[in-house]
Ligand binder design. Structure first.
Ligand code: UD1
Length: 427
């Protein structure tokens, strides 16, 4: 096992290029199962999670090759419509193969993901939705056995809570169903728009893109896609917060500022100077009569489905708030156990109290954290520890960095490019 070592206290400066979005790449890769032939996916990040999904699809008979950031996926042969526990347990998003498999083959066997560090994370909405389309789902031996007895048929599906992968799974099943499907209270994340654009380019008929009501008129068949993954808004947000926390100034490039409405407003409320172009965001501290004022104000956040504040940027914002000059109330409404980073931030000197799903952060000012040995618990919690480590005085060691490798492409190279002192060491 390897650990990440950071010598903190260096204000980050310069440009960092944002990769394709993990959470868009996964559903778009799964969508290639819908049509036989060779698909081309561009701007695909090379991450532990994208590799896991390729392995999973490879086990089914799908062939793929990567040339730089372009993935060629040939899903002509689909022999085993099964997602085994060994792979699903390492990546819950494996459940995304369920929708396309039942649509193309009329059957699928997918291991039920267990809980994970951040919460129970059930898949009942996925199953309920598929059952509404005529899929018979049996839960046995930890697996979902899904079978279409006669025909996949359109229907109305209402989500009690907008679920991102639930909406994606239902979209991928409904595109090949007979008749019309209406998804109500659907998730509206940009990654879903990316998937809708790909499916429509393959011949699907989906309207309502960007809204919480999606209407899908089923078609007989689809053709292979040539699609581009959108930039990773969570990666972009993570670097913006890291630059601010280190007291630096820098630009994230190749991103879509329109996908980060709530974060950019919160950063501005915190007193940071944030400017946007069409595909870049620059962050720094305001210049008050020749003096750079390095001060961050306490700001409250409450996570919510898009376009609300993303839960995947909650831990990182909390790290920033420990460095503010005030108090901050952080409410997590999406997952029940997403404060795993708090105990680790305490080890670095942060003052945070938890009350249920609310964290009360008393900011101690920039440069108030001290380096420490900490443990990564999940992907985004880990990135908050990286941010804290970059801002802290002295050396921080983060163990279990495989969590980070699930979602951040070339993390060390990108941080080094911004001037950070960071490297990997054997544990
Ligand atoms: C996706 C993202 C993840 C992000 C999350 C919320 C991917 C691959 N992952 O996860 O990074 O943190 O959205 O933005 O895109 N729920 C149920 N039953 C279900 C499904 C969900 O109760 O069948 C609940 C969840 O427990 C949670 C809420 O619905 O409270 C939203 O979860 P959901 O949007 O489904 O998250 P994921 O799609 O798993």
């Amino acid at each position: 096992m390897e650990k990440l070592v950071i010598e903190g206290g260096v204000p980050l400066k310069g440009n960092v290029r944002i990769s394709g979005a993990k959470n868009a790449a996964l559903p778009l890769m799964a969508a290639t199962l819908l049509a036989p032939g060779e698909h081309v996916l561009r701007n695909v990040p090379d991450l532990r999670d994208t590799r896991t999904l390729l392995r999973l699809m490879g086990n089914m008979g799908v062939k793929s090759r990567r040339e730089d950031d372009v993935l060629y996926i040939d899903s002509t042969n689909l022999e085993h419509a099964e997602a085994p526990y060994e792979l699903v347990k390492t990546m819950r998003a494996s459940v995304l193969v369920l929708g396309p498999l039942v649509a193309r083959l009329g059957r699928a066997r997918v291991s039920r993901p267990g809980g994970c560090a951040i919460g129970a994370r059930p898949i009942d909405f996925h199953i309920m939705g598929l059952e509404h389309l005529g899929v018979r789902c049996t839960l046995e031996d930890g697996y979902v056995d899904a079978v279409v007895d006669s025909e996949l048929t359109g229907n109305v599906v209402y989500f009690d809570i907008p679920s991102v992968t639930g909406t994606e799974n239902l979209l991928m099943a409904a595109v090949l169903a007979k008749g019309q499907t209406v998804l109500k209270n659907a998730a509206r994340e940009p990654e879903i728009e990316n998937l809708i654009d790909m499916l429509n380019s393959m011949g699907a008929k989906i309207s309502g893109r960007g809204s919480d009501k999606l209407i899908i008129d089923g078609v007989e068949s689809l053709t292979p896609a040539d699609a581009t993954i959108i930039p990773d808004r969570i990666e972009a947000g993570t670097y913006l917060i890291a630059i601010a926390a280190s007291g630096g100034c820098g630009t994230v490039t190749h991103c879509n500022p329109g996908h980060l409405p709530s974060l950019l407003e919160k950063l501005r409320h915190a007193g940071l100077l944030v400017t946007e172009t069409e595909d870049s965001i620059t962050i720094g501290f305001p210049d008050k009569e020749g003096d750079i004022e390095r001060h961050i104000s306490g700001v409250d956040i409450k996570t919510a489905p898009y376009p609300g504040y993303p839960t995947d940027l909650q831990a990182q914002f909390m790290a920033l708030m420990t460095l503010s000059g005030g108090n901050s109330v952080i409410k997590e409404t999406i997952f029940e156990n997403r404060f795993m980073h708090v105990a680790e931030l305490h080890r670095m000197g942060a003052q945070i109290k938890i009350d249920g799903r609310t964290a009360l952060v008393s900011g101690l000012g920039l440069n108030s954290l001290d380096g420490a040995q900490v443990m990564a618990t999940d992907l985004r919690a880990s990135s908050s520890l990286v941010i804290a480590g970059l801002a802290a005085r002295g050396r921080t060691e983060i163990s279990r960095i495989y969590h980070l490798e699930r979602g951040y492409e070339n993390l060390i190279e990108k941080l080094t490019g911004l001037g950070a002192r960071v490297w990997k060491e054997a544990e």
